[in-house]
Design a protein around this ligand. Structure first.
Ligand SMILES: Cc1cc2nc3c(=O)[nH]c(=O)nc-3n(C[C@H](O)[C@H](O)[C@H](O)COP(=O)(O)OP(=O)(O)OC[C@H]3O[C@@H](n4cnc5c(N)ncnc54)[C@H](O)[C@@H]3O)c2cc1C
Length: 391
């Protein structure tokens, strides 16, 4: 006889772990998480974990606001360490981006997010090392910062296990079993069949591949997003906050050991599709030089830093750079994927929303911007990374 579960979750990244926990908290404890490698071995383990709170829609703002509260009190709420560091974040924009920034800040205000609009000169009093040239305004978010995506995954997984969830690592799902228009279970690489009326595709960078097991297509591109590690020069002084320079196209986030993680916000990920198996592979010296030049423009005193390392990361990107959180046209087969580079900061709220959807068929936060069928409308097809901040 086949093993049975109420819910099978495919993927043990931060999304799958958060969902498993939230289902169990709602009393759905016969949940099995199947992870082909090990927990957080996908995009989650390569993430730099920035938490910023600037989104152009009420729904995404509510999601990040709820998630931040969880990161801030993770030990008490979930257990374990979220690694949250509330160093603050500055997000700089050019003249032509300023009206859109002001609009997103209205949304922030309505959501209760703490944020302040600063002139470039005012921003220098918070972080004197940024280069104000080319900036027309900046939003300062004092509670933003970064967290530890692997730590959050482990925290959720441990808490879910304590509530009865089975987490099986080294188990690859190789088949999704259907009966008519509904899902009835999965099969694994070892040939085992599991019966379940609900299966969730939380396979991150592999979500489109997993969808094809059910003969379904997802509008997700895996786009390369390399990360570079720089040792700050001694003269740099104390650590810095998170700085996202949307005008110049770069970001920095501090790391322990006088290190800074940096990369580009040039929105060219979709032009560089990547095989997810190349996650973590080496980056070329030339591309590092180009990215670090951009970083030095944003934060000139980092120009004397020492390049340490780099690796290929990737995002699972939808056409509007927003996640898909929905039941698929195949009944019982749910999708929590296409995180488009926001999957860490939104993970607590994503798990909560998906658990509500699966157990009650309704959600507290309006789910319309995350529905799969939104891509039928032209409006949802032309997004960019910057549009996920500014609309
Ligand atoms: C370099 C980089 C920087 C990032 N920076 C940020 C940031 O600053 N802030 C932020 O909020 N987000 C950021 N992100 C995005 C965020 O980290 C991801 O969106 C999030 O971690 C995705 O989690 P996930 O669980 O959806 O997917 P993944 O972490 O990719 O997990 C999916 C899991 O599914 C498993 N799997 C796949 N196929 C199968 C199968 N057939 N059977 C069983 N298991 C399977 C994989 O092994 C994997 O562990 C970044 C990501 C990267 C890569």
């Amino acid at each position: 006889m086949n093993r049975t579960a109420e819910v099978v979750i495919i993927g043990g990244g931060v999304t799958g772990a958060s969902l498993a926990y939230h289902l169990a908290r709602r009393g759905v404890t016969h949940v099995v998480v199947l992870e082909k490698k090990f927990l957080a071995s996908g995009g989650t383990g390569r993430s730099i974990g920035i938490i910023r709170q600037l989104y152009p829609t009420q729904e995404a703002s509510q999601m990040v606001f709820r998630s931040l509260r969880v990161f801030q009190s993770f030990r008490e709420r979930v257990g374990g360490d979220s690694g949250y560091v509330g160093c603050g974040a500055l997000i700089g924009v050019s003249e032509h981006m300023l009206p859109a920034l002001k609009h997103s800040m209205e949304v922030q205000k309505a959501t209760g997010i703490r944020a302040e609009l600063l002139s470039p000169n005012e921003a220098l009093s918070i972080e004197p090392r940024i280069n104000p040239q080319g900036l027309a305004g900046l939003v300062y978010e004092p509670e933003s910062g970064y967290g530890d995506p692997s730590g959050v995954t482990m925290g959720y997984a441990r808490a879910a296990r304590d509530l009865g969830v089975a987490i099986e690592q080294g188990v690859e799902v190789t088949g999704i079993r259907l009966s008519g228009d509904r899902v009835v279970g999965v099969t694994t690489a070892s040939g085992e069949a599991l019966d379940a009326p609900v299966v969730v595709n939380a396979a991150g960078l592999w979500a489109a591949i997993v969808a094809r097991l059910a003969r379904a297509e997802l509008p997700i591109v895996v786009g390369r997003h390399p990360v570079f590690v720089v040792k700050r020069p001694a003269a740099f002084g104390p650590s810095h906050l998170v700085y996202l320079d949307l005008a110049g196209g770069s970001y920095v986030r501090p790391e322990t050991g006088d290190l800074t993680l940096t990369g580009s916000l040039t929105e060219d990920e979709t032009r560089h599709p990547m095989d997810p198996e190349l996650l973590g592979s080496e980056v070329g010296f030339e591309e590092a030089a180009v990215a670090l030049e951009r970083t030095s423009q944003a934060l000139p005193s980092l120009a004397d830093g020492e390049y340490q390392d780099g690796y290929a990361g990737a995002f699972d990107i939808t056409p509007d750079w927003m996640p898909i959180l929905d039941e698929s046209p195949i009944r019982g087969l749910y999708i929590a994927a296409g995180m488009s580079g926001h999957g860490f900061k939104l993970a607590p709220a994503v798990g909560e929303l998906m658990a509500e959807l699966i157990t009650e068929g309704r959600t507290t936060i309006n789910r319309a911007p995350f529905r799969l069928d939104r891509f039928a409308e032209t409006r949802a097809r032309g997004g960019s990374f910057v549009s996920s901040y500014l609309g």
